[in-house]
Design a binder for this molecule. Structure first.
Ligand SMILES: *Cc1c(COP(=O)(O)O)cnc(C)c1O
Length: 473
């Protein structure tokens, strides 16, 4: 198909890459930008214009070829090329342990410790007392044992890795007995039966989905049984006519038959949340105190630390786990160790932990405080002085997230925003496209923001995002 005269004219008016580049550099102050980025950006702008003219020549707006538009297009492209792919976002969803948004925020002392250690050499695997090679895990083993009450402990990349490693060490080629009510799937395709298969453990299901009794485990134990496994249900709950066997009873049964007992606690926490008005959940200390051989849990769920899989339990079991060659494939970095040691130390004083670990602080935030924060955010937005934007304050629950405490009610006070002439979906995507992105949710055709997960210093960012949105609309 031939080109129209208008298309040919438009194509001729697209500047050359070098020319565009030099002008953009001179007039848009693109100093310090690597030359390859400038060249690629100018080339992409030129390419995009050419495509547009060829594809829809008649509807192509000539304004796009004005000097200002061309230079803006290059500068925008450069901004996009220079922006990090992994970047901070404002979490206004009210989901505290938001796996898609990075789960837990590190406490200040952990951030400082990571910064201090990551640019320097450290005694990561060097024993300063003997001058010989040391263990990577010794940095956290003491404190992990201190706060959990366990004999021994170690850390791997995440809890999925911890479960895989523990199963592989204790049960490869042998039977592992698990209740049918506990064959969980955690988001991101972690399923107990699949992990079991990969570990070489032979899954033996007992009981029914809603009810499992001690006699079910008893009936399944034989000479080939390596392990009784209890898995925290994490992200669901079985209600109604139910029965499950306590870890204490499993430990007693294990002793009787000389079979090891393991618990995958999932979230794992060191603090009894019932003191803070949340549901009573067994703590890591509770599980350890039952005498279970090994207990695994995540570092970045309710613990509020870095991504990690923590393993605590009996010394002989932990010694075997540490010697397993798979450990090397799951090993954690010094930055994680630095963050984890700092976070775990905060648990020496539970009140300080709740005050300084952001995950715990968010989960225990009082309704009164949330109400004040929501009020301030709403006033801030009203301060933009644009009557297209209206806000309402709404009582809506936050969520714990991270597959933890799925039934926990977290009453919160949220800000709902409506903008005349702009759909809630369009508001949501504009907020998501802002730098930094502001992530909220939509309910009843309103863009909803929950102050529980928004930092106090983040309201100006939210205000800026709305200002930009209103300017552009
Ligand atoms: C979350 C969870 C896991 C996986 O932990 P990650 O740290 O995300 O790898 C395993 N088991 C249970 C029961 C969980 O809740």
């Amino acid at each position: 198909m031939g080109l129209s005269a208008r298309q040919q004219d438009l194509l001729r008016r697209i500047p050359g890459v070098d020319h565009l580049l030099e002008r953009a550099r001179a007039e848009r102050g693109l100093h310090g930008i690597p030359r390859t980025v400038l060249v690629n950006s100018a080339r992409r702008v030129v390419e995009a214009l050419r495509r547009s003219i060829l594809d829809n020549g008649d509807r192509f707006s000539e304004n796009r070829l004005s000097d200002a538009a061309l230079l803006d297009a290059v500068a925008d492209r450069v901004d996009r090329e220079m922006a990090f792919n992994l970047k901070r976002v404002v979490n206004a969803t009210g989901v505290v342990i938001h796996t898609n948004l990075g789960r837990s925020l590190l406490p200040r002392t952990a951030i400082d410790n990571v910064a201090a250690l990551s640019g320097r050499y450290s005694n990561l695997e060097f024993d300063l007392a003997t001058g010989r090679r040391g263990s990577r895990y010794s940095a956290v083993e003491d404190i992990l044992c201190e706060v959990s009450g366990a004999e021994a402990g170690m850390v791997v990349n995440n809890n999925a890795g911890a479960v895989l490693l523990a199963l592989e060490t204790l049960a490869r080629g042998r039977k592992v007995i698990v209740s049918r009510g506990e064959l969980v799937e955690i988001g991101g395709s972690f399923r107990i039966p699949d992990v079991m298969a990969r570990s070489g453990g032979i899954l033996t299901e007992v009981g029914a989905t809603n009810r499992t009794h001690l006699r079910d485990y008893e009936g399944a134990v034989d000479a080939d049984t390596a392990l009784l496994l209890k898995v925290h249900k994490s992200n669901y709950s079985v209600v109604g006519f139910t029965a499950e066997v306590s870890l204490t009873d499993l430990v007693a049964l294990g002793k009787q038959h000389g079979v090891r007992v393991m618990e995958d606690l999932g979230s794992g926490m060191f603090i009894d949340f019932s003191k803070y008005g949340l549901a009573r959940e067994p703590t890591v200390q509770d599980s350890v105190a039952t005498g279970a051989d090994v207990v695994t849990f995540s570092g970045d769920k309710l613990l509020g630390g870095p991504q990690a899989g923590l393993i605590v339990g009996k010394k002989d079991v932990l010694d075997a786990i540490k010697k397993n060659p798979i450990t090397r494939a799951l090993r954690i970095d010094k930055m994680t160790l630095a963050a984890l040691e700092s976070t775990l130390r905060l648990y020496r004083d539970p009140e300080e932990a709740v005050a300084t670990i952001p995950t715990l602080r968010a989960l225990t935030m009082a309704y009164e405080e949330l109400k004040q924060r929501a009020g301030r955010l709403s006033e801030d937005l009203a301060g933009l002085g644009d009557d297209r934007l209206t806000t309402v304050l709404l009582d809506l629950p936050s969520r714990v997230g991270g597959g933890s405490l799925p039934l926990q009610d977290l009453p919160s006070r949220c800000v709902g925003v409506e903008i005349a002439g702009i759909s809630a979906n369009a508001v949501e995507s504009a907020m998501r496209a802002h730098e930094p992105p502001v992530i909220g949710r939509i309910e009843d055709d309103r863009f909803i923001m929950d102050p529980r997960t928004v930092g106090e210093d983040e309201t100006p960012l939210i205000r800026d995002a709305f200002r930009r949105l209103l300017e552009r609309a």
